[in-house]
Design a protein around this ligand. Sequence first.
Ligand SMILES: [Zn+2]
Length: 826
Amino acid sequence: MYKKLLFFISISFSIIAQKSPKEFLGYELGDQFTYHHQIVDYAKHIATSNTQNFQWVSYGKTNERRELGQLIITSPGLQSKLDAIKRTHLQIINGETKATLETPLIINLSFNVHGNEAAGSEAALGLMYDLAIKYNELVQKMAGKSFVILLDPCINPDGREAYATQFNRKNYFAGGNPDPLDQEHFEGKVSGRYNHFLHDLNRDWAWQTQIESKQRISFYQSFMPMLHADFHEQSGQHSYYFPPAAKPYLNFISDGTKQLQESVGKSFSKLFDSKGWTYFTSEVYDLLYPSYGDTYPILNGALAMTLEQGGIKAGLSQKLNNGDTLHFSERVLHHRTLANDLVNWSLENAEQLKSVFYANHEKARNNPTNQFKVYVIPQDQIAKSKDLIDLLRKNRIEMGLAGKEFSAQQPYSFFDDKNILNYKVGANDLIISTFQSASPMAQVLLDPVIALEDSVTYDITAWNMFQIHGIKAYGLKEKLVPVNNFKWDQVKNILENDALGFYFLPQNPEDIELLLKAKKMGYEIVFNDLPLEKDGKKIEPGNFFIFSKNKSLKDFTPLIRLADAGNISLNSLKSFRFDKGADLGSEHFKYFQTPKVAVIANENFDTNQQGELAYFFKSNFKSTATYIHLNDFLTKPIDHYTHLFIPSSNFKLNEGELKTVQKWISNGGKLICFENSINSFLNAPFDLGKNLKELKDTTESKDIYVLRERNALSSTIGGNLLEVNLENSHPYGFRNQNSKTYILNTSNSLFASSGDFNPILKTGNSPKVNGFLGSKIKKQISNTVWFGSKEIGKGTISWFNFNPIFRSIPTQGQTILENILLYSNY
Ligand SMILES: [Zn+2]
């Protein structure tokens, strides 16, 4: 048996001849768009051609069930030891053991995160072949030292397939039409840039809301690469971009990392110079926002880079403004050649890459750059911090209980955005020490002001997680060590024998799911619209009371089981009578109605928002929505919908159509407009123009040419965290005990409200702003409206002047949106 097994192993390691991409696919790389299943098949072919040193590892599936995987290439003898390698590597990162000469170099190359930047995956196929045929050369170059190369040929399979399929359908004449006006260069709403839910995966690394990111980052964290390269494409009119990156940088990026960035940039320059290919560096692509494929690995100690070939939307060929024609094959060649150079450079600089990576982690553990030594979440804030705690854990941030009392002097209060006199840390407060290898990640997510070297960036500039979630947390100058790992208690509900039912305040998607199921099962569900008190216990508005008038439905066991499974704490409802407030039969208890939702969709509406809404209904509200194309809207009755959502857009309805919508609202419908879509309702019969006045800056710009880019920023409204007052006695403001909150402001216009438009979110006289706000706007932002509603008959029209579900990052904006659906009958 033993002999037989050995024989079997020896043949399973045999090496078969690698087919080139052309031999495998039947065309040269860059002559066609390769379909995703062919990309996976080719990676598997390369893996089977040298099973001793190559391996294809599947790490998940996309929403549309496409395979996610990486080709793992190692120096001889490492494939069978990968688990041990990962274990030791994580121990070194955590300071539990030291790196040695045997410690392998681990690098990771990722392609096609934006599906329509299609040269990436084709270049990955070329790179796989190149590494397979020159494998022995790579091993020699390392002179006995170990390496692990992780190659992800397609981070966003659904997006890439959407792009390739659309292109092929629109390309009538084989080989591509270089005329930029040809339809094949236009994608429409379902842009391959995004994933299935129209989210940008290169904005999702830290938040990990999308299934592709969740699975990839768990794989990433198991390996913690020392280098990550993210292959993109930019406008076809541009040449090629590689490091060094543009400013602003985050302040903890070490000199070692900066030197490596310079060094790799020089290697690329030398290569491109020798080929006569033009390029640019240090412009546009900055390192600030933490959810990019370069910033996120940098926050995790790696050297990381964005690489941008010119070619987005260029199809198989495209005529450029300068008269040249850009071919797909050239775009693929540039990426492939650079990727080869990067692998060579990495192996040549392996020792430096390793030592800088481990030094970054050592510095993070022993000398963090965070503003505080510890962040404290008081015990009474822990329940509402679930989203935050999940997020921190997804990013390797460790936390635990304080274990003892401690009197902190002049701690910083995130909620008040200032230092207070003192705070007494309780033994059961949750603490996050910054002395850990993930401290840069904690810094970027939790510090109040992101330290910048400069301020011009092309994304949002603030995202403080305590402020976004309205958590009253503190930052301390004193060092505290958590006593143990924090764990959630497992809930076990027991209703009292004589209970008429139960009540609870929904906090999480599981709670909403329980409500929807209970409603479906036939239980009565009401919510209170004013504060109650029973036996000395205060019950805030927005609690749901579940009971039954039907004798056959007196058994609550199925619901209690669901609550236990979802870790939802229930309270027994022992009587319909309350000591303060009102009794359950009163008008102050409203019936919960299962929402029946429609979203108006159109190619020209905000693309991401259409996907974000779909993702919101799927993940937050555990329900569905009907997407009605604008052309079909009102061609059939809409009476059976309770809620109608309109993503940010510019469109016109005629008078008759507006009257139909108005009648639907009068009968109880809830219309929810996002950002610009309110413009369609400013005139009669809605006349919201009388309620909402846009504030415009009319001063003339006299910018000189070189300062144009910077001066345009003085009018920037969005991208920051803005403090707003919350009208929390209104049902849409329920489930938030605070009378102020921070919103992730994504707006590009300012409005003042008046008349019978009820502003539920509104800035005060001098609102706090965290992040960048244009200097001209600062003067105008006081007393502006950010969310509000107007009652029309039995229904309402509501309007958000920002995107409450921006990138699906959990925020209090999402809570408001949930409230519109939960508390719709009032
Ligand atoms: Zn891109």
